[in-house]
Design a binder for this molecule. Structure first.
Ligand code: ZN
Ligand code: ZN
Length: 147
């Protein structure tokens, strides 16, 4: 089902079609900083199922960080209000991981994986009964059904 979303100020708007590839939580320090929260929560779509509406793409600012895998992660933010929009996981180049809070109706969120559990803050609500990894493992690629 198509899902729409956008940033806090509304200058960046997007639409996603079909179903997400996967949905996840990440407890790494970079995701905490990026979300300004205790973890990051994401919905990943194939790039071909994602499109900006209007001229949103011109509103993006880009930030690069190098993760502990040594690979560069590209993160995109609204240049006007600073909302995080999405990042690209180096291991899965043709997927976008969008912040779930951007969606106009984020109630569909049902994470099926969580990463960087080694950095997880103590919080009983985060003891999810889903596939959980100390870091971001290579085998995720085979767990996700990429088109
Ligand atoms: Zn904005
Ligand atoms: Zn992370």
């Amino acid at each position: 089902m198509d899902k729409s979303g956008g940033c806090l100020c509304g200058k960046v708007r997007f639409q996603c079609s079909n179903e997400p590839l996967f949905q996840f939580i990440c407890h790494c320090k970079d995701c905490r900083k990026q979300h300004a929260g205790i973890f990051g929560s994401y919905v990943s779509y194939g790039a071909s199922d994602f499109s900006f509406t209007s001229d949103s793409k011109e509103m993006l600012s880009e930030n690069h960080s190098v993760g502990d895998s040594g690979e560069t992660k590209k993160r995109y933010f609204c240049a006007n209000c600073g909302s995080f929009i999405y990042f690209k996981i180096p291991q899965i180049a043709d997927a976008l991981s969008l912040g779930v809070g951007l969606f106009d109706d984020p109630s569909f969120f049902t994470p099926n994986m969580q990463f960087y559990c080694k950095d997880k803050l103590a919080n009983p609500e985060l003891d999810l009964a889903v596939a959980s990894f100390d870091t971001y493992p290579d085998e995720v690629k085979s767990l996700v059904h990429l088109k």
